[in-house]
Design a protein around this ligand. Structure first.
Ligand SMILES: Nc1nc2c(ncn2[C@@H]2O[C@H](COP(=O)(O)OP(=O)(O)O)[C@@H](O)[C@H]2O)c(=O)[nH]1
Ligand SMILES: [Mg+2]
Ligand SMILES: [Zn+2]
Length: 338
């Protein structure tokens, strides 16, 4: 072999082993072909709790080749190593599958970035008490925006019906076709239970609305503490992580104790409008960059022309668009639940 040929061989060798930064994320390596699929059900200080398809629950670390790739509750992952789930074993996450939906928590004083906190949930159950604490429609609207933009089906769960009537809230959300279930702690939540069966659902709601009470009914061995205020500002991160709990009927419910609000900063008006086929069609004719709020903010918004058909529905949509813009944030923050 001549000197030249040697050099050639050398170059091609370099080409098949690119530097760390350019390595494809899910490069198929022979040793990972047999990775088992699991769902992430908890995250705590660099350790991921994963439910294998076999039912075993395994603790895993993130393989070094994944770098800082986020791995969150609900993620479908490929796992290698010791997947027995025996005490003191540690498996490795080598792959994160593409997500079908995402929920981001808001940036706050403890973290300047919106981060995905729950992946692949198919429903967002917005839990809101009918009284004590009083319902906050600004909060519900922002949750709806997060659901529509993140690819989840929203469900409104109105709790404490022994303390108040659902009538007013029902009127606000029927126009948007949001399914509503009403619960109270002295009755079994059978309607909600049927809705959650065989799917992954994420629960969101302010402290005190009755989430833990519900979760304890839905998941008999959950043992969630009732009447305990958790959340941001308490300085205890372990109690504020999202956690997925297996439902006896099949499926999962994700409790999000410390997440008070979902991040909406990346969401555009079009992301919201897209969730409503009738409005989306009209919006295609809007001027570029239309915020779809109507006059005076958005003169020429074509959605205005649908008003005669669905006045209440348009009003509801505009309310959601305004909540994305943060116009209601202040009102919602003043009647705090801490
Ligand atoms: N009156 C009434 N109180 C409830 C109901 N559900 C829960 N609570 C009470 O509301 C308080 C907060 O409940 P909890 O489940 O801890 O709410 P979380 O903070 O959302 O998890 C507790 O004192 C519960 O006993 C209900 O349907 N009716
Ligand atoms: Mg709770
Ligand atoms: Zn428009």
């Amino acid at each position: 072999m001549s000197k030249r040929d040697w050099r050639k061989l050398d170059e091609s060798d370099v080409r098949v082993r690119p530097g760390k930064g350019t390595r494809p994320r899910s490069k198929r390596r022979p040793e990972h072909a047999d990775a088992e699929t699991a769902m992430v059900i908890g995250v705590d200080r660099g350790r991921w709790t994963c439910a294998m398809e076999s039912g075993a629950v395994v603790t895993a670390m993130r393989a070094r080749e994944l770098g800082r790739t986020p791995v969150v509750v609900g993620d479908q992952v490929g796992i290698v190593g010791d997947t027995s789930g025996q005490p003191d074993t540690l498996a490795r996450i080598v792959r994160v599958e593409e997500r079908t939906s995402v929920l981001r928590r808001t940036a706050d004083d403890t973290d300047p970035f919106e981060r995905v906190v729950v992946a692949n949930a198919s429903q967002l159950v917005i839990v809101c008490a009918l009284a004590d604490p009083p319902p906050r429609t600004g909060f519900i609207d922002r949750c709806l925006v997060a659901a529509y933009a993140g690819g989840l089906e929203p469900v409104l769960c109105l709790t404490k019906s022994d303390l108040g009537s659902a009538e007013k809230l029902l009127a606000l959300y029927t126009e948007l076709d949001v399914p509503v279930v009403v619960t109270r702690f002295d009755e079994e939540p059978d309607v909600l239970r049927a809705r959650l069966a065989d799917t992954v659902s994420c629960l969101i709601g302010h402290s005190g609305v009755g989430k833990s009470t519900l979760v304890n009914k839905l998941v008999p061995d959950a043992n969630r503490a009732v009447g305990v205020v958790s959340g941001v500002g308490k300085g205890r991160h372990t109690s504020t992580q999202a956690v997925a709990l297996r439902l006896p009927e099949g499926g999962w419910v994700v409790d999000t104790p410390g997440i008070r609000s979902f991040g909406l900063a990346h969401i555009t008006p079009d992301d919201i409008v897209k969730a409503f086929p009738d409005f989306a069609e009209a919006a295609e004719e809007c001027p570029p960059g239309c915020g779809h709020l109507g006059a005076p903010e958005d003169p020429g918004c074509r959605i205005d022309e649908l008003v005669p058909d669905a006045p209440g529905r348009l009003e509801s949509l505009r309310r959601l668009l305004a909540s994305r813009a943060g116009l209601e944030e202040h009102a919602d923050r003043t009647d705090t639940d801490r």
